[in-house]
Design a binder for this molecule. Structure first.
Ligand SMILES: Nc1ncnc2c1ncn2[C@@H]1O[C@H](COP(=O)(O)OP(=O)(O)OP(=O)(O)O)[C@@H](O)[C@H]1O
Length: 294
């Protein structure tokens, strides 16, 4: 009975999360813009964590999101996924489906679920909560497990997996979701070099298939080598564009200065300046303080 209750909770929690990620996405076949921010401010309990972000991400582009700890990267991912509602401004997705892989630290692995249960949640958008998985689905699932090197792990309980194996299982679920926009929050944390290489290959294949991938990363060398575009954030946009133009020592210095100067207790910012779109160098130091506002 306990097992059943856990299992139902596991499915419901995951399905609700996946459902929130799949809401309301208008098709826009005329444009190559997949994602558009307009003066987006996100935060918690009335305090902004990401300020006045504007810009666009094109379809099929691999973008790294970089910034110091606490700079707002995960907050931005949650805003795009629809888990966090904007304090002001908008975030619009212009193509189909979205898949979101949160940081591993946010996942509860104590549910008595197996690898196959986790991965098959990727079918939810097609099959619904109680929908039956067909023979064809099972073949797809097997192919995805094979692609991430987890053939034979189907019945393994989640709490018996290593960090890297868990990440591979989550990538398999993401593959089954067949999403147009894929959000990955620090997907290479605590995984070995070989797993990083394997998962990077998958990510590049997704982009080659026309999927847009946004990936939070801390390893600048890896970003320089594998990601065409980078968005550098320090609670507000510092720069967004080609990786070589964004990851300059000057931009990194500005990001550091801005982040260090930020007032953690400030309320949400009423400054309605929009920061310019796409490839953008934003204002220099944070001269403008946040207005305390409740
Ligand atoms: N649930 C929450 N409630 C209140 N404040 C939060 C919450 N989550 C994050 N914050 C705050 O928002 C700010 C941005 O946090 P966020 O997690 O987005 O940073 P990050 O860039 O992803 O950091 P890291 O690299 O450490 O993962 C931080 O000051 C953080 O303390």
């Amino acid at each position: 009975m306990q097992q059943i209750r856990y299992y139902v909770t596991f499915r419901l929690t995951n399905v609700i999360t996946l459902h929130m990620q799949s809401l309301s996405i208008p098709e826009d076949a005329m444009s190559d813009i997949c994602l558009e921010f307009k003066n987006l401010t996100l935060g918690y309990q009335g305090r902004a964590a990401v300020h006045h972000l504007s810009g666009t991400a094109e379809r099929g582009v691999l973008t790294a999101i970089v910034g110091a700890n606490g700079s707002g990267k995960s907050t931005l991912m949650k805003g795009i996924a629809g888990i966090l509602m904007p304090i002001s401004g908008t975030c619009e997705q212009h193509f189909g489906r979205l898949a979101y892989l949160p940081q591993q630290s946010e996942l509860d692995r104590t549910f008595p679920a197996r690898v196959v249960d986790l991965v098959s949640l990727g079918f939810w958008q097609d099959r619904g909560l109680l929908g039956r998985i067909t023979r064809r689905d099972r073949a797809k699932l097997a192919a995805c497990l094979d692609a991430v090197g987890l053939t034979g792990f189907e019945k393994r309980p989640l709490d018996s997996l290593s960090g890297g194996q868990m990440q591979r299982a989550l990538f398999a679920r993401t593959m089954l979701q067949n999403a147009d926009l894929i959000l990955l929050d620090e997907p290479f944390n605590a995984v070995d070099e070989r797993t990083v290489g394997d998962l990077l290959c998958l990510i590049k294949e997704w982009a080659a298939e026309g999927r847009t991938v946004l990936c939070v990363l801390h390893d600048h060398a890896l970003v320089r080598e594998h990601f065409r575009q980078t968005l550098l954030i320090a609670r507000k946009l510092v720069a967004w564009g080609s990786t070589s133009e964004v990851l300059t020592s000057e931009n990194l210095r500005r990001a550091r200065n801005f982040h260090e100067a930020w007032d953690e207790t400030a309320g949400w910012c009423e400054d309605e300046r929009s920061n310019s779109s796409s490839v953008a160098r934003q204002d220099d130091e944070p001269k403008q303080r946040v207005a305390a506002h409740v």
